[in-house]
Write a protein that binds this ligand. Sequence first.
Ligand SMILES: NC(=O)c1ccc[n+]([C@@H]2O[C@H](COP(=O)([O-])OP(=O)(O)OC[C@H]3O[C@@H](n4cnc5c(N)ncnc54)[C@H](O)[C@@H]3O)[C@@H](O)[C@H]2O)c1
Ligand SMILES: O=P(O)(O)OC[C@H](O)CO
Length: 323
Amino acid sequence: MRIAVLGAGAWGTALAVQAARAGLEATLWARDADRAAAMATARENARHLPGVALPAAIAPTADLGALDGAAFVLLAVPAQHLRAILARLPRAVPPLVIAAKGVEQGSLLLPLEVAEALRPGPAAILSGPNFAREVALGLPAAAVVACRDAALRDLVGAAMGTTGFRLYGGDDPVGVQVGGAAKNVIAIAAGAVIGAGLGENARAALVTRGLAELSRLAVALGGRAETAAGLSGMGDLLLTATGPGSRNTALGMELGRGRSLAEALAGKVSVAEGAATAPALVARAAAAGVELPICAAVAELLAGGLTVPEAMGRLLARPRRDE
Ligand SMILES: NC(=O)c1ccc[n+]([C@@H]2O[C@H](COP(=O)([O-])OP(=O)(O)OC[C@H]3O[C@@H](n4cnc5c(N)ncnc54)[C@H](O)[C@@H]3O)[C@@H](O)[C@H]2O)c1
Ligand SMILES: O=P(O)(O)OC[C@H](O)CO
């Protein structure tokens, strides 16, 4: 079986390596022809996943003919670039499996909603606590493939899963997408309090109450509360919000130390999805009548509208209520 992976960042490359480990042929599409050629020659993605050898079953390319004959297409571009890539695809595409985590600015759509608007057809979301490098190295991990179409999630789970990468199926794509998008924003909050020296108690409180925000929004958008307790919600929060290995937590730590967003992002080649998603997530929640105080504080912090101690003070001063 052959699949196509669109997006040769860290995650797209790791997913291609995992596909090869599972016995698939994988075409790995990069938008830059020089980068695709460099990967094909060096058998390494030196920019986004240095030190990981690309198996022979991976064919890097910059040609979207990569989609022809693919059993399914993994889309691993950042959420803000998903629309641009989808618009370039042919009308008839193989089933789509989106691995981005975020909310699109402007439209306020979740990744599968963007896909549905541009390329209607079978589509799934793949999400969970997965640092790309660990997956590429074959360290044990689990994730969820969620969609309403049981045949597609079975196809993807059976094709991509191995004993080292356990893929659960799920039928709550909304809950899974909200988890993936919100955990990055909450991770920025968690990093910010650590960077500002406010302590581990503050981080634990933010992560826990952040999970409550994530769960509330998932339900309001038609998802299920129990999905928030799964791999794409609590699982990914545990990974992302508890250590500097996460780009979102690392960004939050920089903000907590008093740097501006522009200063913190300067020179970075990899994406911290929560920065673009925070205001879009808060706006989407507001449109659904849901208040997300922690995510809103992150959006304001990113915009330079308040400091971390001010944000924390504001959250703690909210009217007392039952948990
Ligand atoms: N890295 C991880 O550990 C990891 C794990 C799970 C999910 N994800 C998610 O996967 C998605 C991709 O993240 P990543 O870590 O692979 O990114 P990355 O930071 O490693 O690389 C960014 C990628 O985006 C591409 N890109 C940048 N601008 C673009 C544009 N205008 N159009 C098209 N592509 C563009 C770059 O070419 C590169 O392939 C994100 O939504 C992220 O949250 C990442
Ligand atoms: O490094 P981060 O914060 O983008 O997190 C990467 C993955 O989403 C973890 O599951």
